[in-house]
Design a protein around this ligand. Structure first.
Ligand SMILES: [Zn+2]
Length: 462
């Protein structure tokens, strides 16, 4: 049998454990602290216990002088236990004020945790707001997995927060397991463009004539905090439509050479992927090429960011495939990141197969011949430092899917993909969910197959 993720049960149990730890007194309600983390095996402090976020309202003012942000983030959440105090994840600039339900609240910062103590306890099931005001120059989170979050550019900034950089620019329940809707409003000099996730609100741009303009973007589908994004700077913006929805792309003019096809390629990739994976999950698409130097890309929801510009068409195919795999169907724990990267990489193989390139089988065979370190980490549990390992997570994730395709046959495999994106649309998944669906649709016991591909080192023999 495939190993099941024990941490999921632990997460579900946290609330129970916390409330059992304190004796209840007859006739009086007991309030206890929310947990400082959600139990992610790789990022134990990511996310927080005791509440569930419904909506983030971000209001930012960006001043290019000193790259300074003046911000107020208001979170609407529901308490899932009687809360005496609770944490947010926040590593951003200095805080001037925290309010809960409109009243001043106590707070203290402990590492990446912002501990908020409301004037009165928050009863389980109640909706509350917490508003945090802060100002200063945000800094990217730099740790053993990379450089994430708010990234300064020459003329502004952009954001790429995977896995836990959201806390660099707004207080968050920074776990992939707590999705919420977002409003992102940015006031910036009116000669700069501002882009973010989703669509510009109908009254989204106002310019009072002081040299600044305010732009508001709305992401109306659930989004994990690490997928939230803004891009501020001088951009060449293209607006069109694909599949009946807006396609909004932008590139820094200095990246014109690499980004001139971004708009058309985005439309082409989205259309091709919708034919294969099922309906596109969000109400607009696009892409942003910004930054310079370090080349990377992130599947920020509805509008991926290509730092340094897209390297090629396949990178655009990859980031847009994540809109289905990773953004809409999201992982509950980072350990299962192969579900995101394996699918996005396999999308590149399928794209080549259907566009005059090598077949997926040929690409699979090429990697199959690899030896040694290629097979060193476990695809389904690569470790925190291995979570972005190209070989273990991306390529062997795609190989797992290709091996599955050959095992169950094309009709079942492609039905599996569409059923997966449909049944878990906007939801959270684990590897066990995928194995379960593959077994249900194929009518076969695939435990040994997935165990060999995901949880063992070395080349699978079967
Ligand atoms: Zn990816």
């Amino acid at each position: 049998m495939l190993r099941k993720a024990p941490v999921v049960a632990l997460v579900a149990g946290l609330t129970v454990i916390a409330s059992l730890a304190v004796p209840a007194h007859a006739g009086q309600t007991t309030f206890t602290p929310g947990a400082a983390g959600l139990g992610d095996p790789y990022f134990p402090l990511a996310g927080n216990g005791g509440y569930d976020v419904g909506h983030y309202d971000l209001k930012l003012r960006f001043d290019p002088a000193g790259h300074r942000l003046t911000a107020r983030t208001t979170i609407t959440a529901t308490a899932t236990q009687n809360l005496s105090h609770f944490d947010l994840d926040f590593s951003g600039p200095a805080i001037s004020r925290v309010e809960v339900n409109g009243a001043r609240a106590g707070y203290r910062r402990e590492g990446q945790e912002l501990v908020v103590t409301p004037a009165r306890g928050l009863p389980a099931g109640s909706r509350f707001t917490v508003a945090v005001s802060y100002a200063g120059r945000p800094k990217a989170v730099k740790d053993d997995v990379g450089h994430q979050g708010w990234i300064d550019t020459r003329d502004g900034a952009f954001v790429a927060s995977q896995p836990d950089g959201a806390r660099s620019w707004f207080p968050a329940n920074d776990s992939p397991a707590d999705k919420a809707t977002f409003s992102i409003q940015v006031t910036a000099p009116d000669d700069l463009a501002v882009l973010a996730n989703g669509e510009r609100a109908a009254d989204g741009v106002t310019a009072p004539g002081d040299g600044y303009a305010t732009t508001r973007w709305e992401m109306t589908h659930p989004m994990a905090p690490y997928l939230a994004m803004v891009a501020i700077g001088r951009f060449t913006v293209s607006e069109g439509t694909v599949a009946g929805m807006p396609n909004i792309t932008a590139f820094d003019p200095s990246l014109a050479g690499k980004a001139k096809d971004l708009h058309d390629m985005t439309a082409k990739a989205v259309q091709w992927e919708a034919g294969l994976f099922g309906p596109y999950p969000f109400s607009s698409t696009g892409g942003i090429a910004d930054g310079y130097g370090n080349e990377t890309a992130l599947e920020t929801q509805g509008r991926p960011v290509y730092s340094g510009g897209p390297t090629d068409d396949l990178e655009i195919v990859h980031e847009l495939a994540h809109q289905w795999f990773g953004d809409s169907v999201g992982v509950r724990n980072w350990r299962d990141i192969w579900l995101n990267e394996g699918f996005a990489t396999y999308a590149e193989w399928l794209y080549q197969e259907q566009h005059g390139g090598p077949s997926a089988r040929q690409i699979f065979d090429r990697y199959s011949a690899r030896s040694g370190g290629f097979w060193k980490l476990r695809t389904g549990d690569p470790g925190r430092r291995g979570m972005f390992d190209e070989n273990a997570v991306y390529v062997r994730g795609a190989m797992t899917l290709h091996a599955l395709r050959e095992k169950v046959g094309d009709p079942v495999f492609f039905r599996l993909i569409r059923t997966w994106t449909q049944e878990h649309r906007y939801g959270l998944v684990t590897t066990a969910d995928f194995v379960g669906l593959a077994e249900r649709l194929s009518g076969r016991d695939l435990g040994a197959f997935f165990d060999a591909w995901l949880y063992r080192t070395g080349k699978p023999q079967a």
